[in-house]
Design a protein around this ligand. Sequence first.
Ligand SMILES: [Zn+2]
Length: 167
Amino acid sequence: MPKKASAQKKSVGKAIVRSVVSAAKTAKKSAKTVLLTGRTLPQPVEIEPRPLDSPVLRALRKERRRLVEELKHQEMLAQERPTTGNHMADDATEVEEQAKSLALRRHLEGMLKEIDRAIVRADKGTYGICDRCKNPIPEERLKVVPSATLCIDCAKLQTRPAAKVMA
Ligand SMILES: [Zn+2]
């Protein structure tokens, strides 16, 4: 009798294991289906059309890609360039070239940072709004300076000495 009971227990245990395994398999399968088809997932809710998809912002992202590529290219060139020339006469030119290349890379990095800042502003919904007077920055200005954070009037004020701004 005790033998039979233990055998029964074992088989119950096996049945539980089987059902757990099959449940896990089913779950895995449905997860896979979700991943593959994406149909059972609810569609992302469109909250409000942000000005994120404005042509200006598309240009901003395009400009960012261009800058990244340009920077990569410049870094590659810098690495290929020998650090020490074999001929003394070439050294001056070499140093000058290196300085130019470095300046160009710094410039590109600076531009990239500004673009990134503009993209962050776009995500926050403050892109194209003047930091100082909170008025929209005209599209024409953004076309010329996509990373502009000030309208032309405020930008002019900022470049002037503080005393004049106060006046
Ligand atoms: Zn302004």
